[in-house]
Design a protein around this ligand. Structure first.
Ligand SMILES: Nc1ncnc2c1ncn2[C@@H]1O[C@H](COP(=O)(O)OP(=O)(O)OP(=O)(O)O)[C@@H](O)[C@H]1O
Length: 206
């Protein structure tokens, strides 16, 4: 890992997450679209005095990935390499549902009741297919599982029924306490029936 100077004047004590000699911190905020990553990441970066970076903007500005229809398809290896190079020695909060593929000191996985995800993505006018894909992903913990495969330090946060400020408080508290790994705190099986009409599970595919 990397070497840098002091950790003075930090709201949190990141030492629990950092390798010896390392003093700057990369926090990745990930989760299914619509769980609140951007809202929370901006607020968290303000609270900690860290830079805020959007994966999508970063990739777009540097020509990483290509447009497929209306979507920017990002090569995660290229993204990880470019972000590691760029943010070496800086305190940053990286926002995006691919941020857990970037080498980070800690990954925050935001979760939200799939019913909320349905509502938010419908409001955005997502297609039926895209809505289903994302609600299913939230239902069966896709991003959490990926994050746990990619990083040792993973904190899962349930945003349901909380304000963005409360979510940021919860994240800060876990960071202050040096908690490195927390997951398994949500179970969406109870809302499966309610979101079933929005899913595409098994629809004509084998
Ligand atoms: N506790 C909460 N935390 C974060 N966002 C919340 C919360 N409660 C409600 N919201 C709202 O949920 C919406 C989430 O939008 P936001 O763009 O932050 O999600 P996102 O996960 O970044 O989506 P995308 O991945 O598509 O960019 C916002 O309108 C936000 O105000």
């Amino acid at each position: 890992m990397y070497i840098r100077q002091s950790t003075e004047d930090k709201d949190i004590s990141p030492s629990a997450y950092l390798a010896p000699g390392e003093a700057w911190m990369i926090i990745a905020v990930t989760g299914t679209p619509g769980v609140g990553k951007t809202t929370v990441s901006k607020l968290l970066s303000e609270k900690l005095g860290y830079e805020y970076v959007s994966v999508k903007d970063f990739a777009f500005e540097r020509g990483i990935g290509e447009m497929v229809g209306e979507e920017l398809e990002i090569d995660v290896d290229e993204l990880a390499e470019a972000m590691s190079r760029e943010f070496h020695g800086r305190d940053v909060v990286i926002d995006g549902h691919l941020s857990h593929f970037v080498p980070a000191d800690v990954v925050i996985v935001l979760r939200a009741n799939p019913k909320l995800v349905v509502g938010r993505l419908m409001e955005r006018g997502y297609s039926r297919e895209k809505l289903a894909e994302n609600v299913e992903a939230e239902l069966v913990d896709v991003i959490l599982v990926e994050a746990l495969e990619e990083n040792e330090n993973v904190l899962e946060i349930d945003t349901t029924g909380k304000t963005p400020g409360e979510v940021v408080e919860e994240i800060s508290e876990l960071l202050e306490r040096g908690i490195k790994r927390r997951f398994g705190i949500v179970d969406w099986s109870g809302v499966y029936d309610e979101v079933l009409p929005y899913l595409r599970l098994g629809s004509g595919r084998m």
